[in-house]
Each structure stands twice: as C-alpha cells, then as structure tokens.
Write a protein that binds this ligand. Structure first.
Ligand SMILES: [Zn+2]
Length: 558
C-alpha cells in the first residue's frame, strides 16, 4: 500500500496540451470531449433557478449527477495521458483537470492506493469552489455542504478511474463556516452511510425503468424485423428531405420510379420504403440485382421458364415478375442488364404481360417497377450499351439520392441508429459515440456512403471496450480532424506542433523538398482525401474555404 502525504502535484503541461480551441467552428476540445467556456454568473443563475424551481433536494441530485458525468469523462484521459506515471500522478489528472476547468483549487493532503485490491483512500483540500461562491451570494451561510457538482465530479472520476464504486464525501464546506472545503474518498462499501449517499447518483428509479424498457423494446424491434427498412431511412438534412418528399409523392401512384445515386447511398432501402408506403405494401417486394446474376440466367430469373425451356430447366418456374404480382419489383444496377433482357423488359413495361422462356402464352402481371442505377444512363445510351426507348420508359420519375458527404448533419442520427441496431445484434452495450468521433465522421468524405458508415460503426462497436464510448481511434486509423490550437504555459493560444518535427524536417532535407512544394503537396493531398470537397479539405488544413481556394488558384497559376 503506497501512501503519501502532502503530495506536490506534477506539472499540468500535458493536460493543457489537451485543450484545443477551434474558434473558427465554434468549438473547444478537451482531448475527445467537447467543452464549453461559460460565465460563472450564467451557471450560478442556472443553479439558483433550479433550486427555486425544483427544490434543493432535487437540484443537489441533478448537479451531483452532472458533475459525476464530467468526472467519468475526465477519467478516460487519466491513464491515456500519463501511461507510465505513478498511480498518484495518474490519479492527479482528475484534480488537475478540475482546476484547469476552473472548478476549484485542489490540494492533496493524503492519498493512498492499492491498485491490486482496487483500494484507495484520499483527502483533498478545496479552495475557491465556484459553488461556494455562488451559493453564498444567493442564499447566505449554510449548515450542509453545497459543492454538489464538485463532489459528483470527484466520485465519478474515482469510480471510473478504478472501475469500481468509490464515494467522495464533503466532510467540511466553506459555505458552512469552515476555512476550506475538505473531501474524503473511500470505496463505497467502506462508508457506513454509503448506500444512502449513493442514492443521489442513481437516476430516478422510474426513469431508469423506462430507459430499460426502451432498450428492451429496441432490441425486440430489431430482432423481430431484421430488415427494419422503414426505420433506417433517417435524416433531417435538406438534401435528404428533398428525396423523401419525392418518394412520398410517388408512393400513392403507380409511376415507375428510377432511383439514382452513388454506390452505397441506400437505393434498396429507398425502394423498400416506397413499397411500404404504397397501397401495395401487403403484397410482395422482390429485389433483383442485375449485376449479380449471370447473363445467361437473367432472363429466366426475371421472366420465368417453362419445363425444358433450356438445359437445366427441369421444372416450370415463375420469374421474379410473376412473384412480384400485385407488389413491387426492384431492379438494382439496371445499367448492367444485357441487351436481349432490355428488349423483354421494355415489352413487359409496355404491355403488362410476361412470357416465360419456352412458353406459348403470355401472363398478365400487375407489377410496379422501381429501378436503380449508379451509372449515368444517358451516357450508357450514347455508348450504345442501353436502349434509349427503355431509358425513357424508366426515367419517368427520377429520384436522386444524395451522397452522405452532402448530408453531414444526418451522420449523427444515422450513426446512433446503427449503433443501437448493432448493439442488439452483437449483444454488446457501449455508452455511445464520442463527440470527437462524430466530429471526425462529419469531416470524412464517405466514398462508400451509408454502407461504409454502417461497416465502420459495426467495427467500432466490436473494437471498443464494453460500457465505454466508441471513440475516434475505434473508427479511423487516421482521424480526419482539423489541426489543434492549444494552450501554452502562460495561458496563450498557439498552434500545436507535431512531436516528431525532427523526423519530418530530416525527411524534407533528404527529399530536397522546398517549403513551397511541401505546401502544394499538402494542399493537393487534403483536397484528394476530402474527395474534392473543398470545405472539408479547408477544415483539415485549418484554413477557411476562401483561403484554400486562393492557394489552389496560386498553385494552378504556377
Ligand atoms: Zn464546499
């Protein structure tokens, strides 16, 4: 058991480096966590109004839990920032961040650790607590401690740091006439009144029950309907809303719909949703991927075959058109359809009749066709690979589905929905997706669109530790984020510099690369990686879009 008294705190330079001011896009980061710099006066007013509205008991619980959440988040940084430091120095990340965040001055008075047994006993002195300051101003001297958010932070940090329940208690508070606030922390079971104090940290039992039920319902819903199609068309961006509006208007009609868009944008989900919203919803939805079927089989698959129509046709078989009777037939990757099948498809669309291979009679079918393509049909027509008359027949009501990079505000709701779906599927729970990871996702150009996002989320869930947040490292090998601005020792902002600057410089020398050539190459690389999206490329370089455009112009003029 290592025990130490009146310990000096290590330097907090490593922690100050974690603070990044990204004023250009209105954000401040503490490593992976988004922070807010707010006026104490505003926060104090919120605290006062909470007390006046919901009472002192409820406010204490709410603020303790809010502080607890902050402490849990800061604990994720402790071992990460000081991997090789002593247990005390690692633990000191909590008190030191608490100071850096402007909450309170912390002086360690006693601290011991037994990491193997997960045991810890600590006593810290607090001065300048913001809660004492604001509470005294609004309500005068007190008989009970008032540093609720602060004590919540200490308990949350310690609990997350050790991975078992710890409770910090405010044994003296400056609001009660003591010279300082003083806190003491022990494992929960070592406090005789621990369970009672812990009540403040448990979310209201009814709310917990409702949350549990919601989680149960979600996994039931997912397991009952593995395709879950209607639910997966998620978004609120203008581009997405526009496509959905077109889809809604088409749903009630019989019009042939052509869905266009890049690979992975979710054309089949749009087609299924169209079907589900249409009067045909109770009839079959049949999907055919024209690129996945061998050319020699595609006609018998689509239109059916009579017995003996061709080698291997042992028995008469209805085609997908007949199976979709009364419902919807979805033809994906339509541009891949061979010419003879194109001619037959045109005839079915014109007459509403199919003729099985080898048949002498035709059959009436009532099928609504939804086609999809990621190739430019006009170009395919011009190149002689696609029939012009068929294109006109299909291109009555085109709906363009936007690529994911044009709907960045949809990424968060989509990612959260997918995360819940995969949590149910893999029976694994995580706490959510970190702010930093979401930010990185919004900066990524998504060449594989929604499908790529789905793959990334599933992988991220599998990689990240249970109960924690899916973070940027779980998703990307190299995070697509803007270069940080950080806090110097004197408190000034400065551009963060990579640690391996020496190596970089040596490399430049070796290659004989000039500064100008390096700048050109970096700009080109950023534009390429962002898939030509200049806004994203500018963000990645820490430039504004006009600044980037200016530099690109200059490169081209050289
Ligand atoms: Zn206090």
């Amino acid at each position: 058991m290592a025990s130490e008294k009146n310990l000096p705190l290590p330097s907090d330079a490593d922690l100050r480096r974690l603070i990044h001011f990204s004023a250009g896009d209105g954000r401040i980061w503490l490593a992976g966590h988004r922070m807010v710099l707010l006026h104490l006066g505003g926060l104090a007013n919120l605290r006062k109004e909470l007390i006046q509205t919901i009472g002192i008991e409820q406010t204490r619980r709410v603020l303790k839990r809010a502080g607890y959440e902050s402490g849990v988040r800061d604990a994720t940084l402790a071992r990460q920032v000081r991997p090789n430091a002593s247990p005390f120095e690692q633990f000191a990340v909590g008190p030191q961040l608490h100071m850096l965040e402007g909450a309170v001055q912390v002086t360690p008075e006693y601290c011991d650790f037994n990491l193997e047994e997960g045991n810890h006993h600590g006593i810290f002195r607090w001065d300048h607590s913001w809660e004492v300051e604001s509470h005294m101003r609004d309500f005068g001297p007190q008989t009970e401690p008032v540093c609720w958010m602060l004590i919540g932070y200490a308990s949350g940090f310690t609990t997350a740091f050790f991975g078992k329940e710890f409770l910090y208690k405010e044994v003296q508070c400056a609001a009660c006439g003591h010279e300082h606030c003083r806190i003491e922390g022990r494992p929960l079971e070592d406090w005789p009144d621990g369970e009672q104090l812990m009540e403040d940290y448990r979310a209201d039992s009814l709310l917990v029950r409702i949350e549990d039920l919601q989680a149960d319902l979600e996994s039931l819903r997912v397991s009952l309907s593995p395709s879950d199609d209607l639910g997966e068309l998620i978004g609120r961006s203008k581009a997405f809303e526009k496509s959905i509006e077109l889809l809604r208007k088409a749903a009630g009609t019989q019009v042939t719909v052509l869905l266009t868009g890049e690979t992975g944008v979710g054309k089949e989900r749009f087609a299924r949703t169209l079907h589900a919203m249409s009067p045909r919803a109770k009839k079959p939805f049949i999907a055919v991927n024209c690129a996945a079927l061998p050319h020699e089989l595609i006609e018998s698959e689509l239109f059916g075959a009579e017995k003996g129509a061709f080698t291997g046709a042992g028995a008469a078989r209805p085609g997908r058109f007949e199976r979709a009777d009364g419902g919807t037939l979805f033809l994906d990757e339509l541009g891949e359809l061979p010419p003879s099948a194109q001619a037959k498809l045109l005839r079915v669309l014109q007459t509403g009749e199919v003729e099985r291979l080898g048949a002498t009679a035709v059959r009436k079918v009532d099928v609504r066709v939804v086609a999809a393509t990621n190739v430019d049909l006009e170009a395919a027509v011009a190149a002689g690979r696609f029939r012009r008359d068929l294109m006109y027949r299909l291109n009555v009501y085109p709906i363009a589905i936007p690529p994911l990079r044009d709907r960045s505000e949809d990424i968060e709701p989509l990612a959260n929905h997918m995360l819940h779906k995969f949590m149910a599927l893999h029976n694994k729970r995580v706490a959510g997706i970190s702010d930093r990871a979401l930010d990185a996702m919004r900066n990524y150009p998504w060449p594989g669109n929604v499908r790529e996002l789905e793959n990334l989320i599933e992988r991220g869930l599998i990689i990240s530790p249970p109960g924690q947040m899916v973070d940027v490292d779980d998703l990307f090998a190299v995070a697509p984020v803007a270069p940080p601005v950080t806090l110097s020792e004197s408190g000034e902002l400065k551009q963060a510099v990579p640690a391996d600057l020496d190596t970089l410089f040596d490399e430049l020398q070796k290659r004989g690369l000039s500064l100008e050539a390096l700048e050109d190459a970096l700009i080109q690389q950023a534009v390429d990686r962002a898939g030509g999206n200049l806004s994203a490329a500018a963000r990645a370089l820490g430039l504004t879009r006009p600044q980037l455009s200016y530099r690109l112009q200059r490169i081209r003029e050289r």
